[in-house]
Design a protein around this ligand. Sequence first.
Ligand SMILES: Nc1ncnc2c1ncn2[C@@H]1O[C@H](COP(=O)(O)OP(=O)(O)O)[C@@H](O)[C@H]1O
Ligand SMILES: [Mg+2]
Length: 501
Amino acid sequence: MSFLHTPILRVFNIVKRFPGVTALNGVSLELYQGEVHVLLGENGSGKSTLAKVISGIYLPDSGSIEVAGRQVVFSSPADAIRYGIYYIPQTPSLVESLTVTENVLLALRSYSLLAGVGRVREVVREVASKLGTRVDPDTKVSELSYTQRQTVELAKAVLLGARILIVDEVTTYLPRVVREFFYNYVRQVREGGGSVILITHKISEAVEVADRITILRVGTVVRTLERGEFNVELIRKLMFGNRVTSSTVEQPGGPTPGGGGEEVARLENAWARDDSGNLALRGVTLSIMRGEVLGVVGIAGNGQRELAEVLVGLRGLVRGRYYLRGADVTNRGTGTVRAAGVGFIPEAPLYYIFSGDLSLVENVAIASRWGPVIRWDSLASRVRKLVDTYGISAASPRAPVKTLSGGNIMRLAVARELELSRNMLVAYNATRSLDEAFSEYFLNAVRDLAQRGTAVVYISESVDEVLAVSNRVAVISSGRIVGLFDREGVNRDTVERLMVM
Ligand SMILES: Nc1ncnc2c1ncn2[C@@H]1O[C@H](COP(=O)(O)OP(=O)(O)O)[C@@H](O)[C@H]1O
Ligand SMILES: [Mg+2]
């Protein structure tokens, strides 16, 4: 790659404000042809906002954009696509009820582009095979996994003729095996003369794929590093400043149960269906003890989501029983379960536990239906305390929760739910959108909670995390528990082998 040429894309001094927040405060960046440029920064640092400005979703308040040396103004994504810029969001924007082919054709048509059905099928299959997956072009999107959905997005990018691909935290959600394929895909785009802006908050990922890394911190570029300059310590320092991070965190390892083996929850031969009506849990039997962290690990889509939903009462059983502290709560609903002191920290709090249009204060208040009684007058100050303690960045405690960045929403979820978890906490892919520093904090908080006697079910796709945090480890595959071990009695290899069974 040569930097002697004119950059293919140049953004200069971009400012973008939202009510109460300056998301981008004079950001400049250059992207060269054939470059994988990683945008790295903590949650809320402005990465997605910058991506959306570049791809015509947001109009900046000031600043300029040049493509191949020519100044451009994008007032819609269609404008950006005309210059070959395509943005792949964290959450794929597809129509659930349409097939893959229909979705792609629809997208093309909305940009006044046409492609034959045959060509669409071909590209979908081709991209899928590059990602090590399969996508039937005639399946409804509602039946696709996350990986398959992002395959469709990438196929759209190909058909739209994208030469600058902006990928927003997509890899965070991909299973590890797929992630490797994805990196290869990105490298192929580069070999083909395309350019990629890859957004992530994970340092390890940035170092693995980037030609250059630009680090953002609260809306400003801290520095752009060339490949020869990368090193994790330097990057960490640039990302977090002098804020103490990992050094305050204990090493992972043997937490000891603080309880005394009293059973808090028990699933007996639990069977449940997923949203499409297929059996997702097939005879799960599990006891969760006071004071322990029970890790549940598996490859995405093996019943974890349904297990989490069953444990918090959001999903019923078609067979089997669910007991909480000895009481039969089978199919009694989430109100009953939550009132029994069960907290829930899911990967998508806006979907599961928050109301996006309500404020932080109101969202904490609605939880009082399940938690200890809250006095309204003290609520605002309590929320302010949560905001401080958990480092939540929000315009105000009265701001609607949906205006927070994904990472800040997660922090609020952690803040609220830890307090509600008097008897049990169910964590489901909770660290997916947390940055490294807060993830570590969270893992410690989970261990602490267990030490104080709460039962924790820690559901995650990350073997590392589960091994680091759990007292016992359950492996889930095709809706069945295929292995259950004491932490000391199991190693990574065994777990990974069982995961693919
Ligand atoms: N649509 C929006 N309305 C109001 N504030 C927003 C909006 N989008 C982002 N923000 C705020 O802008 C800042 C940067 O957010 P974002 O670009 O999403 O960060 P990142 O992608 O790095 O996590 C955050 O403080 C966030 O709360
Ligand atoms: Mg983002």
